[in-house]
Design a protein around this ligand. Structure first.
Ligand SMILES: Nc1ncnc2c1ncn2[C@@H]1O[C@H](COP(=O)(O)OP(=O)(O)OP(=O)(O)O)[C@@H](O)[C@H]1O
Ligand SMILES: [Mg+2]
Length: 216
């Protein structure tokens, strides 16, 4: 079992989108035994999954609200699956801290803007606190999320993120695409959407998820 969490106290960086797509890819494309842990009281990922039609087996989803539930129940839950994918909430440091105490790998999606880069260092601060208590765990990685093609900001963000200590900067970048924004409203993932942008987005997610798995 491996617990992989998408964390960032900054809102709207694609934690839920990444968690749902990752769980779908592992379960439906790689035939892994997966559970999604929705750590957000807004329940975006559990509602998204509840409306989804699966090619293969259903993906179970457990809502764990609050730091106590996350700390106490995450290990037992994770034991029953090959992968537990955790969708962390925005804004709530205590919940994020609890998740960081229980995950093997923390993945931080970061949008390429000044504000978001600062928030990545806030997230890394919590990661480092957990690492100092847990003898180096969790492993941490950051990737550029919702990046707009061809902008200078993206290159600047990549070079800044590359300087974050004790976290791997993933080479994979997920670009901003309308088709990705449309997936949650349709209770779908990019693999079920048609057209070239959907295929391009699927390719980016596959590259990202393969890179994430290589870190475990
Ligand atoms: N690659 C993308 N291209 C376009 N839109 C995207 C992309 N990824 C996410 N979005 C959109 O950005 C918004 C925020 O995404 P999401 O809800 O996954 O972020 P979050 O970090 O979970 O937010 P919160 O902190 O509020 O839980 C959503 O409307 C989503 O559809
Ligand atoms: Mg979310």
């Amino acid at each position: 079992m491996a617990v992989i969490a998408f964390v960032n106290q900054k809102g709207g960086v694609a934690k839920s989108t990444s968690a749902v797509h990752f769980a779908y890819w592992l379960s439906q494309k790689r035939q892994k035994h997966v559970v999604v842990v929705d750590g957000d009281a807004q329940r975006s990922s559990s509602q998204w999954l509840a409306g989804m039609e699966m090619e293969e087996t259903e993906i179970p989803c457990q809502v764990l609200s609050g730091p106590d539930a996350l700390l106490e129940e995450l290990p037992n839950l994770a034991e029953q699956y090959e992968y537990a994918i955790v969708d962390a909430p925005a804004g709530l440091a205590e919940e994020t801290r609890a998740i960081l105490f229980r995950c093997d790998l923390a993945v931080i999606p970061v949008q390429p803007s000044g504000v978001d880069l600062r928030s990545a260092s806030d997230a890394m601060r919590l990661v480092k606190q957990a690492q100092s208590v847990r003898g180096g765990l969790p492993k941490a990685a950051a990737f550029l999320s919702r990046a707009v093609k061809g902008t200078r900001l993206k290159d600047e963000a990549l070079s800044l993120l590359g300087k974050i200590e004790r976290a791997t900067l993933l080479q994979s970048v997920v670009h901003q695409r309308q088709v990705v924004a449309d997936t949650s409203g349709q209770s779908a993932t990019v693999w079920e959407m048609s057209g070239q942008p959907a295929r391009d987005a699927a390719k980016e997610f596959e590259t990202l998820f393969t890179e994430i798995l290589s870190l475990l």
